[in-house]
Design a protein around this ligand. Structure first.
Ligand code: MIG
Length: 790
């Protein structure tokens, strides 16, 4: 046996064209170019003539699109209406060009795609000034240039700011240079490696331990277009239940049931809106999934009824490990139905985790998914609608999952080496598909810790066991920004931090930021101090109340943002690279935590102990949410940010659809509240509504209305209701910021927030601030509604 050295498919020998692309034969292998759409091309290399096209991530096929193939002495050129793929004759090398011939991305000549033994790598030329974003749940800077990463799903308890890998593997990134950009999705679930010019000045590369070189190249003019292409290919989320967008209260763990009830009551007594109480592992009997602790949760149905009456939903912990114990129904039934992961000799694999020695369902097997569903029925029968998939990296004591465990892979047999990265994804899928089919048309909420590209179709993702300190809070923001760029719009972090304990200021700041994130949940580790909104004193309680209430006011806006994620894959929490990819300031570490919450709200996360922050305002004008103060865009400005005033700004010319707050997301009044922020540029926003709980919206049971502010005519229009759903609003309240008096308007002092009881006006006279606004009330109707604002 010789030591493996680098091997390629060699030199161009010839090609054939077919309906969906081109097959290029080379001296030592084959290159296949498949056209998925005019902007999406799949590139595959093989040494032996075989292509492995099985993929859990990809859910689309090549579309019938026009493309031309031309040949000259040196190149083969495949042209769609958006893109040219140029294959060099001689040593195979690929270049992607725009129609006008600009190089968007190209193989590094001389390196190309190559194997060393089983390991396969594609090397791309590092372009001048090239930046890299995405790759999902990866620590570090927004711009990944100069760094390398690994995809290998890992239980990363208490991870640090530079740790890699974490829980999710999503091998998709976006490259940006010279006012050009592209996306690459490497469809290979072996342990994979990305190098963005780390320790070299020649190439960026992606590589896997084994398996095929299959990658998808996405052309696009904007980052959102590329994210939309990627989520077309790997799928998008369905509408989540509205309640899951409310505040979720978690801890490891609330027990016994009496404590859960007290918790629920306290939210109501304190007038802090909340929708969910999460039951972590202690609800189970000795950590065994599908059971209830007979002492601490003796009457689960009674508890659920109580919580339902209080307006709460419940999310339950779902661990994959099934305790090896005869007489435990899930175990007996699982053994009988043969659903577990196995060693090559057919023995079920056992690993140790909370319940003791466990077997693990092979979620890559259809029968196992069906079995998992039959087990979950015990929850859905009780009326539980929320599910939390944890420990699915797979996490076991010892962190040494053997590599020879066999996965069914839906008939494509694989080992841990290929299966591990897919385990969490397929568990999330099994849970989602299972409970969805059991819930009679109601939408489940599903949360997962581990996942792979495409997991957005089945679950929200949270960033696991973060740590209670300021830098970790900001890291969480960047992780969610990056998950959004990687197709996972419904993501969040443990507000307050999981490991360790927050101090009052940190907790307040964390809750303020998290209130403006897609998935909003407070959580903390076992044996830590209480971490509820009221656990840190009266002032912190009021700050938490203020920001939780602000989120609830914004719910019509937030829900509409989720609908954008459903239709186009657009993230809810938006890295500024989505709108300003070529602006160097966006990547500057001073500003790289900033994001847009939807198109119109700029959030500037900042450490809890800082009172002043330099903020980068993108172009346009921006208004403080506290006092309406106006800031010019395209500037960097120092902003005061005492702990009760996270820097948050609204874009001029925009309209925020809002509502009054009740105890949960479904509560409130029958007033639709439109906040209009004056500006020279107008805006349009689609207000999306539906019943919030069924899949009827997929059959037209929704309401869509475009809210347009036409700045030149100073006119606000709410277009006629489209769709079969009729929202229950009776009144439209229009609140005009920075407008002079309009017909029939009343003028008043306004604030989204309520004063802090113990607030010290001497040290900070602008405790929260307020502004003078005009308001107008109109009757709501399904017909077009117009208001002149002159
Ligand atoms: O070994 O269920 O990340 O959120 O509270 C720890 C207990 C298992 C890890 C999760 C965390 C959860 C905890 N779980």
């Amino acid at each position: 046996m010789t030591n493996p050295t680098t091997q390629t498919i060699g030199n161009f020998a010839g090609y054939t064209k077919n309906n969906s692309g081109v097959l290029v034969t080379a001296s030592n292998g084959t290159l296949r170019v498949l056209i998925y759409s005019s902007s999406i091309v799949k590139i595959s290399f093989t040494r032996d003539g075989g292509f492995d096209d099985f993929s859990y991530a990809v859910c689309e096929k090549p579309q019938p699109v026009e493309f031309a193939v031309n040949e000259d002495n040196n190149h083969l050129r495949i042209t769609t209406s958006r893109l040219q793929v140029v294959v060099s004759k001689g040593a195979i090398s690929i270049r992607f060009e725009s129609l006008s011939g600009e190089i968007i991305n190209e193989d590094e000549t001389g390196l190309g795609t190559a194997w060393i033994g089983e390991q396969v790598t594609t090397y791309k030329k590092l372009q001048e000034g090239e930046r890299f974003i995405g790759l999902g749940e990866k620590t570090g800077s927004l711009d990944r240039r100069g760094h390398q990463y690994q995809n290998w799903t890992t239980d990363a308890y208490g991870y640090h700011g530079g740790q890699d890998p974490l829980y999710c593997s999503t091998p998709f990134y976006i490259g940006i240079h010279h006012r050009l950009m592209y996306g690459i999705y490497f469809d290979n679930s072996y342990k994979s490696f990305f190098n963005f010019g780390a320790s070299n000045n020649r190439f960026s590369s992606f590589s896997a331990d084994s398996g095929s070189m299959n990658y998808y190249f996405f052309e696009g003019q904007t980052v959102s277009e590329i994210v939309s292409h990627y989520t077309w290919l790997t799928g998008r989320m369905e509408m989540p239940p509205l309640w899951s967008l409310g505040y979720q209260q978690c801890r490891y763990s609330y027990y016994p049931d009496k404590e859960v009830k007290t918790l629920a009551k306290t939210f109501r007594e304190k007038d802090i809106p909340a929708d969910v109480i999460v039951l972590d592992i202690h609800y189970m009997d000795k950590y065994k999934i599908f059971t209830w602790d007979p002492k601490n949760f003796s009457d689960p149905k009674g508890l659920l009824n109580f919580l339902t009456d209080e307006g709460f939903k419940v999310v339950v912990m779902c661990d994959p490990g099934i305790r090896v114990e005869e007489g435990y129904p899930a175990y007996d039934d699982g053994v009988q139905k043969d659903v577990f992961l196995k060693y090559p000799d057919g023995q079920n694999y056992s690993g140790q985790v909370w319940p003791g020695w466990c077997h693990f369902p092979d979620f890559t097997k259809a029968d196992t998914r069906e079995w998992w569903k039959s087990q979950l029925k015990t929850y859905t029968d009780m009326g539980i609608e929320g599910f939390w998939n944890d420990m699915n990296e797979i996490a076991t004591w010892g962190h040494g999952l053997p590599e020879n465990i066999e996965f069914d892979f839906d008939g494509n047999k694989a080992t841990t080496r290929k299966g591990r990265n897919q385990f969490g994804f397929q568990m999330a899928r099994s849970t989602y598909e299972g409970v969805k089919s059991l819930m009679n048309g109601k939408r489940p909420f599903n949360l997962t810790r581990s996942g792979y590209s495409g997991v957005q179709r089945y679950a929200a993702v949270w960033t696991g066991d973060n740590v209670s300190y300021d830098e970790h809070m900001l890291l969480g923001v960047r992780l969610v920004n990056s998950l959004g760029l990687t197709g996972i719009a419904f993501a969040g972090y443990d507000a307050g931090g999981f490991v360790g304990e927050a101090n009052p200021k940190l907790f307040a700041r964390w809750m303020s930021i998290a209130a403006l994130s897609p998935f909003f949940r407070g959580h903390t580790m076992i044996n830590t101090r209480d971490a509820e909104p009221w656990s840190f004193g009266e002032e912190v309680e009021q700050i938490c109340r203020n920001f939780i209430r602000f989120r609830y006011q914004l719910m019509p806006y937030i829900y509409s943002l989720f609908h954008q994620a459903v239709t186009s894959g657009m993230p809810v929490q938006r890295s500024l690279t989505l709108t300003h990819p070529f602006d160097a300031r966006v990547y500057d570490h001073q500003f790289h935590n900033q994001y847009l919450f939807g198109p119109n709200i700029l959030v500037c996360p900042v450490e809890s102990n800082r009172d002043v922050l330099k903020v980068f305002f993108p172009e346009g004008e921006w208004y403080s949410v506290y006092n309406g103060k106006k800031y010019q865009g395209n500037e960097e400005v120092f902003i005061e940010c005492p702990v009760h005033r996270l820097p948050v700004f609204v874009k001029s010319g925009s309209v925020l659809p809002m509502k009054d707050v009740g105890r949960n997301v479904h509560d409130g009044s029958d007033k639709l509240v439109l906040h209009v922020y004056n500006g020279n540029e107008g805006s349009a926003f689609t207000l999306y509504e539906d019943d919030g709980e069924t899949f009827g919206y997929q059959q037209g049971e929704h309401s869509r209305r475009t809210i347009t502010f036409d700045a030149s005519k100073s006119q606000l229009t709410l277009s006629k209701n489209e769709g079969a759903y009729k929202p229950g609003w009776k009144t439209v309240v229009i609140i005009l910021h920075h407008f002079s008096k309009v017909n029939n308007s009343t003028q008043n002092e306004f604030s989204y927030f309520t004063p802090i009881v113990k607030y010290d006006p001497i040290n900070d006279p602008e405790w929260m601030g307020s502004e003078t606004v005009q308001s107008v009330e109109l009757p709501y109707s399904d017909e077009q509604i117009e208001l002149r604002l002159l």
